[in-house]
Ligand binder design. Structure first.
Ligand SMILES: [Zn+2]
Length: 268
């Protein structure tokens, strides 16, 4: 199987769109599903397409199996995709990996929304409910549990104290704010990337349209030239004219006959 050729133009646009503004942040999200090495693989694919998996393994000092495990985890989320090439001599396939920009952004969007949902739930519950903690065990329980345990820690017997939620709430709020900012950047980039793809498809379609039109015109010219050469075109037209004329005469004759018949009928 042939390796898909990636044009230079596309590589440049990929680099530009994945700017440093959210590169680190994206790395955090990728680390959640593929660990720290996943982040390193992401960084490599960010600057280059169609990277040999053996090269990735060598660069990150990982075994090929470790490298593939990471790549499979990323490809489960459609962040990366591969093309493969058969080694004719050895008979095995080598895989070449690329980052899928739109899917990466979609993955980030999904992850951010999940985080926001979780954080908003924490905020809501902290604002509406009370929590108690054992200072000694650094253990926190809900008000219901504290009530059930008579406000005494089941581990050490100390009396529970009311948890202070104010700091936690402001912490959660600042996290929510920064996730919202990241979401905005990701969504804007998604719009731009999708537009770019749309433009590429449109350009390709119009190129094909022009090509087809040209081909049709060429064929028409060729046919006309052939007709002129062997005279079939002229003959055909002449035949058509004769046929039409004879049809007209026949029609006239029948109408004449009909009139004679009609008159004869009336006379009877
Ligand atoms: Zn305790």
């Amino acid at each position: 199987m042939a390796i898909k050729k990636t044009t230079k133009k596309r590589k440049v646009s990929k680099k530009k769109s994945m700017n440093s503004e959210y590169k680190g942040f994206m790395g955090d999200l990728i680390e959640e599903i593929a660990g720290k090495p996943g982040r390193d693989v992401f960084d490599i694919l960010l600057s280059k397409s169609n990277v040999n998996e053996f090269l990735i393994a060598k660069k990150l000092d990982l075994t090929i199996n470790q490298t593939r495990n990471i790549l499979y985890r990323l490809s489960d989320n459609r962040i990366v995709s591969f093309t493969r090439k058969k080694d004719k001599r050895k008979g095995w396939y080598t895989y070449f990996w690329s980052l899928n920009i739109v899917k990466t952004l979609e993955f980030a969007e999904k992850k951010i929304l999940e985080h926001l949902k979780r954080l908003n739930n924490i905020k809501k519950s902290r604002e509406s409910r009370r929590f108690y903690r054992c200072q000694l065990c650094v253990l926190e329980v809900s008000e219901e549990t504290a009530l059930m345990n008579n406000f005494t820690c089941t581990e050490c017997g100390s009396v529970y104290e009311l948890s202070e939620s104010a700091n936690l709430i402001s912490d959660v709020e600042s996290k929510i704010k920064s996730f919202h900012e990241e979401l905005k950047v990701v969504e804007e980039s998604l719009v731009n990337e999708r537009k770019k793809i749309g433009k590429r498809i449109n350009a390709k379609n119009s190129r094909e349209k022009v090509k087809k039109k040209k081909l049709r015109k060429e064929r028409a010219v060729k046919r006309a030239a052939e007709r002129k050469k062997d005279g079939t075109g002229v003959k055909k037209v002449a035949k058509k004219k004769v046929k039409k004329a004879s049809k007209k005469v026949a029609k006239k004759k029948t109408t004449k006959k009909a009139i004679v018949k009609k008159v004869a009928k009336k006379r009877k």
